[in-house]
Design a protein around this ligand. Structure first.
Ligand SMILES: Cc1cc2nc3c(=O)[nH]c(=O)nc-3n(C[C@H](O)[C@H](O)[C@H](O)COP(=O)(O)O)c2cc1C
Length: 194
């Protein structure tokens, strides 16, 4: 177990689809985490209304307040998301927009790791780079490498059980979680070099 363990990460899932490939990856994460790291799902982005400044003026939605609290209390956030039309799914961007209105900003200085899965050949890479842009505005500490971009996801997730079956994909995810845990531990010690 790393010296700074236990660490607690939370997952922000970008798909609402029942048989989502990204959801399958999210389910696999606790079993791929290094010793001393626990990983839990945040609430659903489906619980957020569409962002509207007039709605905000009447008070932040309960879903945004609750998710912001859960993010603030976690050591790190793992975003697991599809790519829609070369970018961030609208529902996920909407949730991030609401979360950015909570004070204090739950993402400020928060370690964030990115994972994506898609049926395409680039594995959601473009959504990840757009997410990185939003996280600059939010002053999050986004982890760099190894990257997790699961291409051709339908071939890597068992259609009957919904399990992430592909061994190389499991290995790269485990490697990212291990490196992310070291990144978060260094962040907690104030020892990050970048
Ligand atoms: C509106 C929409 C746009 C999409 N755009 C892309 C895209 O730009 N790149 C890509 O690789 N896949 C794209 N896809 C296909 C997704 O990779 C595929 O639907 C995937 O299963 C979604 O993730 P999920 O299984 O976690 O819901 C798109 C799907 C939808 C519904």
């Amino acid at each position: 177990m790393p010296a700074d363990a236990p660490l607690r990460f939370v997952i922000l899932l970008g798909s609402l689809r029942r048989a989502s490939f990204n959801s399958a990856i999210a389910r696999a994460l606790p079993g791929l985490a290094p010793p001393g790291v626990t990983i839990e799902r945040l609430g659903s982005i489906g619980d957020f209304p569409i962002y509207d400044g007039d709605v905000e003026a009447q008070g932040l939605p309960a879903a945004a307040v609750a998710m912001a609290k859960a993010i603030s209390g976690a050591d790190g956030v793992i975003v697991v998301t599809p790519e829609y039309n070369y970018s961030i799914p609208g529902g996920l961007k909407n949730a991030i927009d609401w979360l950015s209105r909570v004070k204090p900003n739950p993402f400020k200085d928060k370690p964030v790791a990115l994972q994506s899965a898609s049926v395409g050949m680039l594995g959601g890479a473009r959504a990840q780079y757009h997410l990185r842009m939003s996280f600059v505005m939010l002053e999050a500490c986004v982890f760099n490498k190894p990257e997790v971009m699961v291409a051709n996801a339908s071939q890597k997730i068992d259609a009957k059980t919904g399990e992430l079956a592909d061994a190389p994909t499991r290995e790269i995810i485990a490697a990212q979680l291990l490196a992310f845990a070291a990144f978060v531990a260094a962040h907690k010690r104030g020892a990050l070099t970048s």
